[in-house]
Write a protein that binds this ligand. Structure first.
Ligand code: FEO
Ligand code: CA
Ligand code: CA
Ligand code: CA
Length: 667
């Protein structure tokens, strides 16, 4: 069910990257280091509770936890929670959690609450949207903050009682779905002196805002703005678009704005069979069906707005697939789509200021066999000059990654067995695609490179990765961490085979890809890389946890989003646990003898994925977005597979977790 609604069953279709560019080329020699296992004992049988439910009851054999032994700064001493299938949010002993805001909660004075029998677009426009994904929290002062949330997609089967098919939905219900997409800004206030935060929706709220597919104009900037390929009947100049679509993850900028990635936009269009012949290959490369008028599972949005019919408005598809930037501090500002950062199925974008003052944004294209990208700004960051800094993502250089392993290809056998140098690792290059309005790709203009970035990546031989999700620099060590979530097609049939960066055939569990820019310079064009974590059951020989003793780590599958606490520990949330239990949030140190000691911190209800996550700067609160709870095939609004969080039917919700004693999360 998640596959149908989130990405239009992308895995049932051939991966759209049919380019014949290589996936690993020349082999160079560089020695990797095996990490010694840390010593320590394991203790069995500790009961762990959350919301009054004992995890140990559900899964006693898994209830292995380890003692809180180390106490170095940033040491993660919480007791790992075991895998489980419980219909609530589970956190370790000594922690609390609470819903901050849920689908349908009113955001404005006089706005109605959720009434699933009587939802209208007008109601939904004034309520928190569906399927929260990316989260960011911007402090206003010590006790007030702004929450930014994406609303990636809708699931009409779980939203509307009596749902039978998309075709049978009323046009008003289609408009409700459009209003439930997009983003929200919500004021938060701290509860007492704790790490708990709650949404403030009563009284006049200065900052609360919805960005939706029905109402919100976005302005294009950068070299492709105004391109003929962006022009439509509604916007003959090609400089603005209504709405943002399928917003997955995102990132915060150093100047206090939020970035958001438009991901699986292809599934919202019909009529791809009737686009001009010259556009069919580019449409197909982005997963748009170019053979059927109504692809199976179509959302049929063209019934509410004609622009979703590509037979009539083929360029409308070019107006999605971008990184958007919103300013939560300026609720009346016009949000923007940055064409300089390229168009693909953006997971998100995360920015760091390089030593030179230029900013680098790291980005993943979430599709099997697609690419990693980097954008480097033309201009330099100016501390405190917000107006200037808000222009930094409008011009710069877009690169795509080509990576090479350092072990003999014969040692990468697809089983996940480590090569003889003890590490999946190697070197890489950022290949320049476009800089300002200068293209570096033969036979493509700068605008074409940006609008069809996937084809530009094909042309220069970028490396086909195992679905790049979140790609985020760790401010603590300057390295970049990318979640490669999975790729069940790797090495299957005519699909690309394994390579050292994507080393497992039929990769069900994914891996973490760690990049070290040469010289620690985020504008560098060369880097080294390694896989510190190859996910899976620790008992599975193909899993790897930076050489840490696997008897002490938690099982993890399908990493999606990453975050860092203030001491640089890596937090990973998952989507689609192929090990069969609920998705969750995990944490591991990245430095010292504890590197790779991964432990599960939280689980979400069945059918849900864990999004966000976001740790506040004081490390006292961790927010997660519980997306698509109860999204299990066969479930409906009337017959839900989850009743979280209110005991009636499942509602996507944002949750905050804090330590009951007010202490630092994880320690
Ligand atoms: Fe929407 Fe890439 O997950
Ligand atoms: Ca190697
Ligand atoms: Ca994601
Ligand atoms: Ca996801």
């Amino acid at each position: 069910m998640t596959c149908l609604y989130r990405c239009g069953n992308a895995c049932d279709h051939p991966a759209p990257n049919e380019s014949d560019n290589p996936y690993l080329g020349d082999v160079v020699s560089r020695r990797g280091l095996l990490r010694a296992s840390a010593a320590g004992a394991i203790v069995l049988g500790a009961g762990v509770t959350g919301a009054g439910v004992s995890v140990a009851e559900a899964s006693p054999a898994e209830a292995a936890v380890e003692p809180a032994a180390t106490a170095a700064p940033g040491a993660l001493t919480f007791k790992a929670i075991p895998p489980n299938e419980i219909d609530t949010v589970i956190v370790p002993n000594g922690y609390d959690n609470e819903v901050v805001i849920r689908w349908g909660d009113p955001l404005f004075p006089g706005a109605p609450g959720l009434d699933v029998d009587n939802q209208t677009a007008d109601r939904q426009l004034r309520q928190f949207g569906y399927n929260n994904d990316f989260l960011a929290v911007f402090p206003l002062d010590k006790n007030r903050a702004l929450l930014v949330s994406n609303h990636e997609y809708t699931n009409e089967e779980l939203m509307f009682p009596g749902f039978t098919s998309q075709e049978a939905l009323s046009v008003e219900h289609v408009r409700v779905a459009m209003a439930a997409h997009g983003m929200s800004v919500v004021e938060l206030e701290r509860v007492g002196r704790t790490g708990q935060w709650r949404a403030v929706t009563s009284g006049r709220r200065r900052y609360n805002r919805r960005y939706t597919m029905l109402e919100t104009p976005f302005r294009f900037d950068g070299p492709a703005a105004g391109s003929p390929l962006l022009r439509t009947a509604a916007d003959p100049r090609g400089i603005s678009a209504i709405g943002t679509l399928n917003n997955c993850s995102g990132g915060l900028t150093p100047w206090g704005t939020a970035l958001s990635g438009e991901e699986n936009f292809n599934q919202y269009f019909v009529g791809g069979d009737a686009v001009p012949a010259a556009l069919k290959p580019t449409m197909a490369r982005y997963g748009i069906n170019t053979t059927a008028r109504y692809p199976s599972g179509s959302r049929r949005w063209e019934r509410a707005q004609e622009r979703f019919d590509l037979a009539k408005h083929p360029h409308e598809a070019h107006r999605f697939g971008w990184i958007v930037e919103i300013d939560p501090h300026e609720p009346h500002s016009t949000p923007r789509k940055h064409t300089a950062m390229g168009r693909f199925k953006h997971e998100g974008a995360n920015v760091i200021v390089a030593r030179s003052g230029h900013v680098a944004a790291y980005m993943g294209d979430d599709e099997r066999f697609d690419y990693l990208y980097k954008f480097v700004s033309a201009k330099r960051y100016r501390p405190g000059d917000r107006a200037h800094n808000k222009t930094l993502l409008e011009s710069g250089t877009l690169y795509v990654a080509k990576v090479t392993g350092d072990s003999p290809p014969a040692e990468i056998d697809g089983s996940g067995r480590l090569p003889s140098d003890g590490l999946f690792d190697g070197t890489g290059r950022w290949i320049k695609l476009v800089s300002g309005d200068r293209s570096f790709v033969p036979n493509m203009t700068a605008a074409e490179v940006l609008i069809f970035a996937r084809l530009a990546g094909d042309a220069v031989g970028a490396t086909k990765m195992d679905r790049p999700e979140d790609v985020q620099p760790n401010p603590h060590n300057g390295r970049i961490y990318a979640a490669m979530t999975n790729n069940s097609n790797r090495g299957v049939g005519s699909n690309p085979g394994v390579d050292e960066a994507n080393p497992r055939r039929e990769n069900k569990h994914g891996q973490i890809f760690e990049i070290t820019e040469d010289g620690g310079d985020h504008t560098a064009e060369t880097f080294t890389w390694a896989l510190p974590i190859v996910c899976g059951d620790p008992a599975d020989p193909s899993s790897y946890f930076a050489g840490y003793d696997k008897s002490k780590v938690s099982p993890i599958s399908c990493p999606d989003n990453v975050a860092f606490d203030s001491t640089g520990n890596l937090w990973i949330s998952t989507d689609g646990n192929a090990l069969g239990s609920n998705d969750g949030l995990f944490a591991t140190p990245l430095e010292g003898p504890e590197r790779g000691h991964l432990k599960q911190f939280l689980t979400v209800p069945p059918g849900a994925e864990t999004c966000g996550p976001f740790l506040t700067a004081d490390d006292r609160s961790v927010f997660v977005a519980v997306q698509h709870p109860g999204e299990i095939t066969g479930a409906t609004q009337d017959n839900p597979a989850s009743t979280w969080p209110d005991g009636d039917f499942a509602k996507p919700s944002v949750v905050v977790t804090w330590r009951s004693d007010g202490g630092v999360i994880g320690t």
